[in-house]
Design a protein around this ligand. Structure first.
Ligand SMILES: [Fe+2]
Ligand SMILES: [Fe+2]
Length: 271
């Protein structure tokens, strides 16, 4: 397939953003981009897309040496994992963004869109943090992700992070959210979310803060701006205002989630 290099680089947020990515992240991005191009050319030719069924996805389990839910820091789907930069003695959220979550392109694009469309600072912060826990754990990442930041962020922010996971499976056209085609690929064309996800959705749908997680999903899937150069810089002030950075450093403040930050900081520890 022919790739227009300029368009590809722009789709990642420009040359500056690409220079921040390691070779594995670039390879992932290229693969993702090529899949999208293939999909859109199939669409253009009016061909029906063929998505796997949920059973076919289950059948792939033993074809891998890792489980799909493992956090990105713990397994490489291509070649070996990389040596990580050590963390400072009292790491801040920004240190984690720089040394463990990088390139964090997905969450930065999401938060950038939230910022540009004038969302509340609680929602912008939620967009910035909504998927960072996937470096450690992917299943139930809404709950894990909310727990990871709960002691440090406004209640609306952790609420938005916790429940965006369930809301992703349910369209809300009025809010500008449709069921993502990507999930036909990831979960199977006939996938039905488990009962706890449906029950959570029904509960959140009636909650007075429903729009908080809903706006995370809205920014999540349309977080693509070919001209955007995404960095953490526009969010420094919002982080400063709303993220209660512990002076001992994340991982060392004896909070109920400190061990989660230490695990992300030290994924090479054998025990
Ligand atoms: Fe997510
Ligand atoms: Fe996301």
């Amino acid at each position: 397939m022919e790739i227009d290099r300029r368009i590809f680089i722009a789709s990642l947020g420009g040359a500056a953003a690409v220079s921040q990515m390691d070779s594995e992240a670039r390879a992932d991005a290229l693969e993702h981009y090529m899949e999208e191009q293939l999909d859109s050319s199939a669409n253009a030719q009016g061909q029906a897309k063929k998505f796997p069924t949920a059973a076919e996805i289950q059948d792939q389990i033993e074809s891998r040496s890792y489980r799909r839910g493992v956090g990105g820091l713990f397994a490489s789907t291509r070649g070996n994992v990389k040596r990580l930069e050590p963390m400072p003695a009292a790491p801040t959220l920004l240190d984690f963004f720089e040394r463990r979550f990088a390139p964090a392109n997905h969450v930065l694009q999401s938060a950038t869109r939230a910022l540009k469309t004038g969302m509340s600072e609680e929602v912008i912060l939620a967009c910035l943090l909504h998927d960072v826990v996937q470096s450690m754990m992917k299943p139930d990442h809404g709950w894990w992700g909310a727990q990871l930041v709960e002691p440090y962020v406004p209640e609306k922010t952790s609420f938005a992070i916790r429940y965006h996971q369930a809301l992703r499976f349910y369209a809300d056209s009025a809010a500008g959210y449709e069921y993502p085609e990507l999930y036909h690929q990831m979960f199977g064309s006939d996938y039905v979310p488990p009962p706890y996800i449906e029950a959570t959705y029904k509960w959140v749908r009636k909650h007075k803060w429903y729009m908080e997680p809903r706006l995370v999903t809205v920014n999540d899937l349309y977080a693509f701006d070919p001209k955007a150069v995404v960095t953490i810089d526009p969010f420094r002030e919002i982080i400063g205002r709303h993220f209660k950075q512990p002076k001992e450093g994340l991982g060392f403040d004896n909070s109920p989630v400190a061990h989660m930050w230490r695990t992300i900081a030290n994924p090479d520890s054998p025990l």
